[in-house]
Design a protein. Structure first.
Length: 151
């Protein structure tokens, strides 16, 4: 079943259960997917692919993480809690992210395989990682790990 269908089914279930923590967030997700579909029509793309939906979900989580930072600094705990709940709802549809140890191991393996030795090679390493592990790695962490390894 496509990711879009899973999200729509979860939304329908949340609406029937009157789950006020879940359905507003899922409506935002469905809306973002429809926006992407509309934008894709001009490019003669019929339907949004799962990898595009994953990119949309990651972007939404990134936005909410940034909002969390702002709310923490401002002491707005009720808004912070709402953002955290939204992150959990959206994150349920993303593939499992690898732990920091697993991420570091993959980075070390790619650096060895590519023969990278300095920061000049960072782009090459990131390219390989994005082509092979785009869905399972958090690239903000990857960037820091690679910078530490390629000093």
């Amino acid at each position: 079943m496509s990711l879009k269908k899973q999200i729509e089914e979860k939304l329908n279930g949340a609406l029937k259960a009157k789950d006020k923590n879940t359905y507003p967030t899922l409506r935002l997700v469905v809306s973002a997917i429809k926006d992407a579909e509309i934008a894709g029509r001009s490019k003669s793309q019929k339907e949004v692919k799962d990898q595009d939906i994953i990119a949309i979900l990651k972007k939404m989580i990134k936005q909410r993480n940034e909002s969390c930072e702002v709310y923490k600094k401002a002491g707005r705990n009720e808004l912070l809690e709402n953002e955290i709940k939204e992150i959990e709802v959206i994150g349920a549809f993303l593939p499992k992210q690898l732990s920091e140890e697993e991420t570091k191991k993959i980075c070390v393996d790619v650096i060895k395989a590519e023969g990278a030795s300095s920061m000049k090679d960072m782009g090459k390493v990131m390219g390989v990682l994005k082509s092979k592990h785009a869905e399972s790695l958090d690239f903000s962490k990857v960037s820091l790990i690679i910078k530490g390894l390629l000093k």
